[in-house]
Ligand binder design. Structure first.
Ligand SMILES: [Zn+2]
Length: 341
């Protein structure tokens, strides 16, 4: 009877941790400090979901702050994968000029540095804020370049979506090629993975590939994705993001080609891809010796940091402290910046 009670208490505690997993007080402060001081590589982070909260608030009206706070609270309780995308639209309405983008990138770099991140690949889709896509790109690059130091290297990945227009894909590929020397290291396929058909922009993606661009793809975010194997075979990505709901063929392909998996644990729990940290397929793949990196996805949306994700991989994902540290140290080997590996 006592052991049943203990089990019950365990389940209740686990579900409480599930809800409050991003509250710092629930984490071991000493271990968190340990992960903070480790030099780390963050390889999966979207700019729109990563601006520091105090920076967003400095630009917001009271109504916008309340709206954002409300949406973040909903996310903390676990949101549907599709609903999570509405926050990006709100953030886009707040950070709506090139100057605000540049300052936001600078604030993000400072926050990453404070968390001990020494190398980051920031992802963003190009936007026209009134002065064209290239001006937006300049703003992001200026923000990054102003924060480069001996201990901090930021790089940029340009994002496209499965349903991006041909025109947008063409412009993005052109600019990615043009700005390689200034730190653009690849192309990401992201957005709602259940919308759109990659065929529309495939020729452009192939042109980028022929020009030497590397690809990372979001895959397995939803069991409703129909194009997994096709996407992998077409783009031969250097890394894959999430990989939670993989078809058997896609999973075999990723294992056969030893493609590192970017596991974003808190993100996957909060958008209800999985119920608990330990269920993430990245944990299982790690146990099989497959290369896995832990990433935040969107630190603002999921109230997380890379140090917290590593600690959670240890506390809730079942990795030993040494294993989590090893994963953190090896992440840089999977960067798209060829000068790093
Ligand atoms: Zn992502």
């Amino acid at each position: 009877m006592q052991s049943t009670l203990k089990k019950l208490i365990g389940v209740v505690l686990l579900s409480m941790m599930h809800v409050h997993l991003n509250a710092e007080e629930g984490l071991d402060a000493e271990k968190l400090a340990y992960f903070r001081q480790l030099p780390k590589a963050e390889l999966h982070l979207h700019l729109g979901g990563s601006f520091p909260k105090n920076y967003i608030y400095s630009l917001s009206t009271k109504e916008q702050q309340d709206e954002l706070e409300g949406k973040l609270k909903l996310l903390e309780q676990g949101l549907d994968y599709h609903e999570a995308f509405s926050i990006f639209q709100l953030i886009g309405r707040i950070v709506n000029t090139e100057e605000k983008i540049q300052k936001g990138v600078e604030a993000l770099c400072v926050a990453l540095r404070e968390d001990g991140v020494s190398y980051v690949e920031i992802r963003t889709g190009l936007k026209d804020l009134g002065n064209g896509l290239e001006e937006y790109l300049h703003a992001v690059l200026r923000g990054m370049e102003s924060k480069v130091s001996a201990g901090f290297t930021p790089k940029l990945i340009l994002s496209l979506q499965r349903h991006s227009s041909l025109e947008s894909a063409r412009a993005t590929i052109d600019l990615a090629i043009k700005y390689r020397e200034r730190g653009v290291v690849g192309i990401d396929i992201s957005g709602d993975s259940t919308i759109g058909d990659i065929e529309t922009i495939y020729a452009e993606l192939l042109r980028g590939k022929d020009a030497g661009l590397s690809y990372v793809v979001h895959i397995g975010e939803s069991p409703r994705e129909a194009d997994q194997l096709k996407l992998l075979e077409m783009l031969q990505p250097v890394r894959v993001g999430h990989g939670v709901h993989l078809s058997e063929e896609a999973r075999s392909w990723i294992i056969r080609h030893s493609i590192p998996l970017e596991a974003c644990l808190t993100s996957s729990v909060l958008v209800r891809m999985i119920d608990h940290y330990s269920e993430h397929p990245g944990i299982q793949l790690f146990r099989q010796g497959h290369p896995v990196v832990f990433c935040t996805d969107d630190p603002l949306l999921f109230s997380t940091t890379l140090s917290k994700e590593l600690l959670l991989a240890h506390e809730l994902g079942g990795l030993s402290l040494e294993e989590a540290e090893r994963v953190a140290k090896e992440a840089i080997d999977f960067s798209l910046d060829r000068s790093c590996n």
